[in-house]
Design a binder for this molecule. Structure first.
Ligand SMILES: *Cc1c(COP(=O)(O)O)cnc(C)c1O
Length: 507
């Protein structure tokens, strides 16, 4: 296998040559207004100076080295990296949506309000609950919002002091315990039994009148549906507590089962996961929250309401927890998710069916080459372990992940959930065809063989990427947080640093 043949990249500043420009325009014949002296720059800003073709090549080369769903298979478990249909982008760029101002008066934004209202209605139906707030901008913010709703509900009933504990599964995403703590609750961890369900005996013993609620995702981060969820719900409701559903795994169940029917009282969605958005690298996201009727008075303001044919923001909610985000939430995300859901229409169930089918197909192809800690049919994702590879050949989950990059695949999520040693968490999503799944399975099987026959090859991977494996310990201990291009070995940097050019008059 050969190394990446492309030369190392330079910063756009290193490519800069004094005086280079893209298109230049003649001086305007209009008078340039004088800026007050105090506001004028003394030097031009230190911007890179490049010709237009060099500038285009620079950014195209960067894009070439970026891995995304548009370049290849991205089975990052729990993140639902599905294809973002291009029709979403067409719709969100319609001038009537794109050019709206957040302070636009309601009469001039009826279409946008109607879209938000319809999205609220659809989302409530998908989870089997009564009311939705679109405001939170991420799943994690939805979690905090949901727990604030829980708190407001108990305070309103005079139980605010008494109930101080929230139960979280040991398979939970790290945001769950973080949200519990941020919301001011005590955290109680619940274990997982040998089938991957919650430990019901533990719950029977520990859930009591001090319990505010449970946070759970179902299917869990093991990709397994909790078979005893109704018993679990009865235990919490029996103690007067509430159930919170982390909706990050909703891709497994849409149109098939509903958290509200399972007994959950509060749900967050990850619009960017289940309902398609270009995400990764931190955004944009959407984390609406749905609740049962008794929690509706506490929802963040404003909620979009409908009066006959007219739509409006309902701000008049005396028990609201207030605003959790500026304006009305991430509107562009609403438009894309709405377009995505409407393009399925009543067939939304097929999305989840194919996601589950794809995951089980991959599981069937890989189960003999890796350890399978919970041997059950999976939902939309599954968790393997590399612990035998590690014990017998010294090859870890991290090594497998790095080697997959040589084969052109984004690695799965690794070392999560925490209860599985050497975990590899694989989520193919419904948007992958069988050929891609097979190519990925072939690569995973080839890596398992390499681990036995030539472990060094896997342990030193990647071999074909622009950057080799980084020394993570050194990176942490000797963090270099500032790039100095005169010190960079590849810098064509005998070149002079960027010279400030004289500021044009009046700028
Ligand atoms: C992604 C995820 C979250 C957090 O959602 P964000 O939108 O990233 O804040 C919470 N729980 C689970 C299981 C997740 O996969």
């Amino acid at each position: 296998m050969t190394a990446d043949p492309r030369p190392p990249m330079q910063l756009v500043y290193e490519k800069s040559q004094p005086g280079r420009r893209a298109a230049t325009l003649p001086d305007p014949e209009l008078p340039v207004p004088d800026l007050p002296e105090a506001l004028r720059r003394e030097q031009a800003p230190r911007l890179p100076e490049l010709s237009e073709p060099e500038l285009v090549r620079h950014f195209t080369a960067l894009a070439d080295r970026t891995f995304g769903v548009d370049t290849g298979f991205y089975p990052l478990g729990s993140c639902t990296m599905k294809h973002n249909p291009r029709v979403n982008e067409r719709v969100v760029a319609l001038p009537g949506f794109r050019d709206l101002h957040p302070l636009q008066e309601e009469d001039g934004a009826q279409g946008a309000l109607e879209l938000m209202w319809r999205l609220q209605e659809i989302l409530a139906e998908v989870v089997g609950l009564d009311a939705v707030s679109l405001q939170p901008a991420a799943g994690s913010q939805g979690e905090l919002t949901g727990l604030m709703l829980m708190r407001a509900y108990f305070e309103d009933r005079g139980e605010g002091e008494g109930r101080d504990t929230v139960f979280v599964a040991d398979t939970a995403h790290g945001t769950n315990p973080a949200s519990v703590t941020m919301a001011g609750y005590k955290l109680q961890k619940v274990g997982t039994d040998e089938r991957g369900n919650l430990d019901v005996d533990f719950l029977r013993e520990h859930v009591d009148e001090r319990t505010a609620g449970l946070m759970l995702t179902n299917p869990s981060t093991l990709g397994l549906f909790d078979e005893r969820i109704e018993e679990v719900a009865d235990i919490f409701h029996g103690a007067g507590a509430l159930l919170y559903y982390d909706g990050a795994n909703l891709n497994a169940v849409c149109g098939i089962s509903r958290p509200g029917d399972m007994g959950f009282d509060i749900v967050h969605y990850n619009l960017h996961k289940t309902f398609s958005q270009p995400h990764g690298g931190g955004g944009p996201g959407g984390g609406p929250v749905a609740v049962r009727a008794q929690l509706e008075p506490f929802l963040p303001v404003p909620v979009v309401a409908r009066d006959g044919e007219r739509f409006r923001f309902d701000e008049d909610r005396p028990k609201t927890i207030g605003k959790v985000r500026g304006y009305y939430g991430p509107f562009g995300v609403f438009v894309r998710s709405y377009a995505f859901i409407r393009s399925y229409g009543p067939r939304l169930r097929e999305m989840s069916e194919v996601a589950v089918l794809n995951a089980n197909y991959l599981l069937a192809r890989l189960r003999d080459a890796y350890d399978l800690p919970y041997d059950r049919l999976c939902m939309h994702e599954f968790v393997l372990s590399a612990r035998t590879l590690k014990r017998e050949h010294g090859v870890t989950a991290l090594d497998v992940a790095k080697r997959l990059m040589d084969y052109g695949f984004h690695p799965p999520t690794i070392y999560f959930p925490l209860i599985v040693p050497e975990a590899l968490m694989i989520e193919p999503t419904e948007t992958e065809p069988k050929e891609r799944l097979d190519a990925f399975a072939d690569a995973m099987l080839a890596i398992a063989r390499e681990a036995a026959e030539e472990p060094g090859l896997v342990k030193d991977a990647p071999h074909r990427r622009p950057v080799k494996r980084l020394d993570e310990v050194k990176a942490a201990k000797q963090a270099i947080v500032r790039y100095r291009f005169d010190e960079h070995p590849d810098a064509g940097a005998a070149r002079e640093p960027v010279q400030p050019v004289e500021a044009p008059k009046g700028v």
